[in-house]
Design a protein around this ligand. Sequence first.
Ligand code: SF4
Length: 347
Amino acid sequence: MENIKNSDLKPIGSKLLSWYRINARDLPFRQTKDPYKIWICEIVFQQTRINQGLNHYNNFIARFPDVKTLAEADENEVLLYWKGLGYYSRAINVHKASQQIMNDYHGIFPHEYEEILKLKGVGKYTAAAVSSICFNGKIPAVDGNFYRVLSRIFADDFDISNSRAFNYFSELAHLILPDNVGDFNQAMMDLGSEICKPKNPLCGECPLNNDCLAFSLNKVSEFPVKAKKTKAKDLELKYYFVHRNGQFLIQQRKDDFIWKKLFEFVPEISDKLVAFIVGVKTVSHKLTHKNLSIEIYNVEVDSEEIWQSFIAENNFIITNVMDSHERSFPKPLENYIQNYDAAYRIL
Ligand code: SF4
């Protein structure tokens, strides 16, 4: 970076802005500067493609149109409206942060980057995006798009999996930052997803192709550089789908190891129930950094007395297929419930 620090690179940022003024995607959340909506949208679309998440975002905003409504809502309802987006811990954080805004900021969304950063679950990227788009903040919202575009423009081989990558690319972004940082951040988002895509970037249509070193060297495919690959860990889980006459037992997860606050089947059964196991199904499921192998035992309790004593001895929630739709389950368990047929047997 040292060799480019003294160059005037601001025209790159200005070119990007000119391109954005004509080519900005027409997205619903672009019509607003309401920090609440921009914040929710940034959280929703962090791991979800725009077209996949748009309905969820619209439904969420329709039900929780402002900080107050969200803060006053029941957490399980918030989780329910997050259904389909995954990463449920984000929904929990969003809910907690809305209460923080009500309690610590009198219900007014904080304006300053440092204050936004104090909200539960808000990282540097989101704080920069909200402060720049809504309050004219001057901090680049550095994410994977920034890493990719900047490493290509400068043919920079800094390892994007390095823990210092965020600071490094933030510094690089400052070199091209125009005055209107809010639009610049959104322009980088659009350029990264529409033109400078991870695979097969459309360099011929790129507004920055005259400035792009990787393009001029014909080395676009070599950037960004990512050295380290975290190997996903294998993890085995066991569940018991304990059911009788269309009712089955569940509980809400407490530990935050995975699937925090989601509902799950019975994780352990007593010896008395072992005799009622009529089958087992193994399902695989991938999470970030984890490969799950889940054994789900079908426990069809054929005795009212044993069913009642198991319920009495434990603290499980009794539910059925209809009622379970009102709760959020991890995807593999939700699929299992869907396969629980009208005769209350596993297909
Ligand atoms: S010229 Fe190609 S590689 Fe360079 S910034 Fe544009 S799209 Fe990305």
